[in-house]
Ligand binder design. Structure first.
Ligand SMILES: [Zn+2]
Length: 449
């Protein structure tokens, strides 16, 4: 387990017992959205730099785990808190942690029956003060807890600067352990602050284990759900909590628009690239809960995701050292409707705006959009597919586009020009209440990776 070098221990200051039925729903304020620029620090604990005079962030580590233990065995978790201020120090940094026992939810969402997400009972709230020197502009704390796989944890951090400005991190709920059939476990679930800042919608991604992780599958070898959980922890950490690598910057800066879930066995992707994802009765409730399903597989086959908007299904090859980059690239297809920006088959995008075009005229139309702002001369045609894309050159070198799988330096790639604009519009949609307000269908065939 990694530690902040300068971390201060959090000590329990007060314990309050609550009797809570149903899911927690505690309203609170959030850091202001947008203007988010990643700062450099340990990838696992990427914390966002935002345009607030007093900022506070909190992240749990590991993000997800499901060791092969009995239900009541303890698993270690650490919640890391960091606060910054433009004032001359802090009055207080407080971490509120609520633990509760997972129970069946009441049937408040009939269209999700059987309901996949967890509710908590016998909630216990612990309010912890961050001790140590508060006179500086930065303070970091961490809090260790042990939970079993029936525990639901919700946390938020609140910072008050000496000038009395107060900021709160979003209320995040998580849980460890393998979800039961028909259920899902939250990895990164915003459960409280949605309405206070108009974050009315989020992109919900569910991670499903390929059958190869199922010990009951004769082809699984010695794999278990635990190995899948470790891979998901790695993929999610690299894609959404990563300030060190350029490809993750867009998702890391906008991770408050994502809820991430772990799903049980029962999902399967086609090994060949056809539109034939399967979710059986065990996995279907979790798939219905999320906007997009991701089949995680360690056995190699070429990743293949639908180009869809609204979102669909995709795969991520967990055995790759670039699995975080693959997650971001593939999700460009199945979350944003982006097409591949390399010369392969003829696949139209259905993103807004499109990033691949049938005509030079269409490409010029997107290039000239104010917030794309590319010279029309940057529109180039693929020799084989005859499709068009924006390929702006800076000093004769093309920009490293994430949707171009054939580039080198993948870790340095990012969403550029039209694909960046499509992501920005998507996140803006979420902020204003509906991530996917336009029903759009991609008529093209399923693309290769
Ligand atoms: Zn692709």
């Amino acid at each position: 387990m990694r530690r902040f070098r300068s971390g201060q221990r959090l000590l329990s200051a007060s314990i309050v017992f609550l009797a809570v039925a149903g899911c927690s729903d505690i309203p609170l304020t959030d850091n202001p959205p947008n203007s988010a620029v990643p700062i450099s620090r340990d990838s696992k604990f990427a914390l966002l730099q935002q345009s607030c005079s007093t900022c506070v962030w909190a992240v749990h580590n590991p993000l997800y785990q499901a060791p092969d233990l009995s239900n009541s065995a303890a698993m270690e978790s650490t919640i890391i808190v960091r606060a910054t201020t433009s004032a001359t120090g802090f009055q207080a940094i407080t971490l509120e942690v609520t633990t509760s026992q997972i129970v069946e939810c009441p049937a408040f969402a009939p269209d999700l029956a059987p309901i996949a997400f967890p509710c908590g009972q016998n909630a216990m709230l612990v309010s912890i003060d961050c001790l140590g020197d508060k006179t500086g502009a930065n303070i970091e704390c961490e809090y260790d807890l042990e939970i079993d796989n029936q525990t639901l944890v919700s946390y938020r951090a609140i910072a008050t600067a000496v000038d009395a400005t107060t900021m709160s991190s979003p209320l995040i709920t998580y849980s460890y352990g393998e979800p039961g059939n028909g259920k899902a476990k939250p990895i990164w679930w915003h459960t409280g602050e949605a309405d206070s800042l108009g974050y009315l919608d989020r992109i919900r991604i569910g991670y499903f284990p390929d059958p190869e992780y199922d010990p009951n599958n004769p082809l699984s070898g010695n794999k278990t759900y635990s190995a899948f959980a470790d891979h998901v922890n790695e993929i999610v950490g690299r894609a959404f909590f990563n300030d060190d690598e350029n490809f993750a910057a867009e998702y890391t800066a906008n991770r408050h628009f994502f809820d991430l879930w772990a799903a049980p066995f029962g999902g399967k992707a086609p090994d060949i690239c056809v539109n034939a994802y399967i979710y059986n009765i065990n996995a279907k409730p979790a798939r219905q809960l999320v906007s997009a399903g991701v089949i995680v597989h360690e056995r190699y086959y070429a990743d293949c995701s639908h180009i869809e908007f609204p979102p669909g299904d995709g795969t991520v090859y967990s055995g790759s050292s670039e699995n975080g980059w693959l997650m971001v690239h593939e999700s460009g297809h199945f979350l944003a409707g982006l097409s591949d920006e390399y010369d392969r088959n003829k696949h139209l995008s259905c993103s807004q705006p499109n990033n691949v075009h049938e005509s030079e005229f269409d490409c010029h139309g997107v290039a000239s959009l104010a917030l794309v702002n590319a010279p029309t001369g940057a529109c180039t045609q693929f020799p084989t597919s005859k499709m068009w894309r924006i390929d702006e050159k800076v000093d004769g070198i093309g920009l490293l586009e994430i949707m171009d799988k054939e580039i080198g330096q993948k870790k340095e790639s990012s969403f550029q020009k039209s694909s960046r604009r499509a992501l920005d519009i998507l996140f803006g949609n979420c902020q204003y209440g509906n991530c996917y307000p336009v029903v759009n269908t991609c008529a093209g065939p399923t693309p290769p990776s």
